[in-house]
Design a protein around this ligand. Structure first.
Ligand code: GLU
Length: 400
């Protein structure tokens, strides 16, 4: 009898984490690798947040907190939803956990029974289909290729809904495509959802502040107030506040669901670190100007990467509205031969080729459920990005 539980057989390790880890190991082994795999800002956590954390230690925030966090953090989250999203939540509708993944884990464990279906537009972040699988959930993947702006239409949503549908998982701006749903795009989806009152909506809004040009972010629960009672609005500190390692994610939604998630957390991780919670209060309530400053840099990098990748033979790269990823198609390289005589048969072969030939680490599109594409994170120093894109251009030019 195998010792490891059968339920793990359907679950693969996170490919985004694996690529970052592989790039780290190659660098330690002395190889010249530029990692565009990791989805985390290269900017440091702003100093006022770090200072708040140092002070938290002196102030004695070294003990357990309540499961959903210190009251100051709950209040800061309630205020954030009001201020930035015009959404009214009370403190008992707020859940705080150890990063976005942990929020998703608690929400899915609290609600998914074996056979329940979870609609996920592809390309999707790798953990959306993986987490429901732990609980016997069935991901229902809806392909949203570049021609549709990587976005799901109302018609596609309608066709995917069955009596077994439990959740729709939304993520705008999207990881990995950077695509952002406009108010009208969301309205098209919510018009479908109002007709199916057994379907709940999980919206991962963690990239909401990382938007460019004139894109305007709208929260799904705001688009259709009738949906708020079956929407879990998730966010976190990692991306906009450059706090990936602090592990703070949060969500707001109906009390019954929050209570169930809290029950789970009380028997699992208890709560996220007290120091991280105090730092998050300082982040949410403190100055926000650095986000716009960071976005200027991200936008310039986005434009640089899109333009350079579009000059690479066989690649085609749309311009995304937000996040810090681009999701170029490598369809024009499929079937070509590398200088070593290997054939590029799919996007995994393509990313393996650019890693082995030029030392550029990226994540293949198959991991995000839509091929043949690959994801590049441009949350990396501009000079390195330029160098990486030159290397990709060279690798593409060497294909025959
Ligand atoms: N969200 C980041 C990414 O997609 C972090 C890695 C992960 O947790 O998947 O790369």
């Amino acid at each position: 009898m195998a010792f490891i539980a059968e339920r793990l057989s359907a679950i693969k390790p996170s490919p985004t984490i694996s690529v970052s880890q592989k790039a780290r190991e190659l660098k330690i082994a002395g190889q010249d690798v530029i990692s565009l795999g990791a989805g985390e800002p290269d900017f440091d956590t702003p100093p006022h947040i770090i200072e708040a954390a140092k002070k938290a230690l002196d102030d004695g925030y070294t003990r357990y907190t309540s499961v959903n966090g210190i009251p100051e953090l709950q209040e800061a989250i309630v205020a954030k939803f009001k201020r930035e999203n015009d959404l009214d939540y009370s403190a008992d509708q707020v859940h705080v956990s150890c990063g976005g993944k942990s929020v998703i884990f608690n929400a899915m464990m609290a609600s998914v029974d074996p056979g329940d279906e979870i609609i996920i537009p592809a390309p999707y972040w790798v953990s959306y289909p993986a987490i429901p699988l732990f609980f016997g959930g069935k991901p229902v993947i809806v392909d949203c290729p570049a021609e549709n702006g990587f976005k799901m239409t109302g018609e596609q949503l309608e066709a995917a809904i069955t009596p077994k549908t439990k959740w729709l998982i939304m993520n705008s701006p999207s990881n990995p495509s950077g695509a952002g749903y406009t108010h009208d795009d969301l309205k098209e989806l919510s018009d479908v959802l109002v007709r199916h009152d057994h379907v709940w909506v999980f919206t991962d809004d963690i990239y909401e502040r990382l938007i460019y040009d004139n894109f305007k972010f709208t929260a799904m629960a705001r688009v259709e107030p009738g949906l708020k009672d079956r929407t879990l609005t998730m966010n976190g500190m990692s991306k906009a506040y450059c706090m990936t390692g602090w592990r703070v994610g949060y969500a707001a939604g109906p009390v019954e669901l929050i209570k169930a998630m809290t029950k789970i957390q009380s028997q699992s991780i208890s709560h996220t670190a007290a120091i991280s919670q105090v730092a998050s209060v300082a982040a949410l309530n403190g100055p926000q100007d650095f986000i716009a400053e960071n976005n200027k840099v991200f936008k310039d990098r986005r434009d640089l990467v899109v333009s350079m990748l579009n000059q690479a033979s066989g690649l085609s790269c749309p311009t995304p509205e937000g996040a810090f990823y681009v999701y170029p198609s490598c369809a024009g390289t499929i079937g070509k031969k590398t200088p070593n005589g290997n054939t590029i048969s799919n996007d995994e072969d393509f990313v393996t080729y650019i890693l082995e030939s030029e030392g550029v680490a990226a994540v293949h599109g198959e991991a995000f459920g839509l091929s043949p594409y690959f994801r590049i994170s441009y949350a990396t120093a501009t000079e390195l990005l330029e160098e990486a894109c030159q290397r990709i251009q060279r690798a593409c030019a060497a294909l025959s």
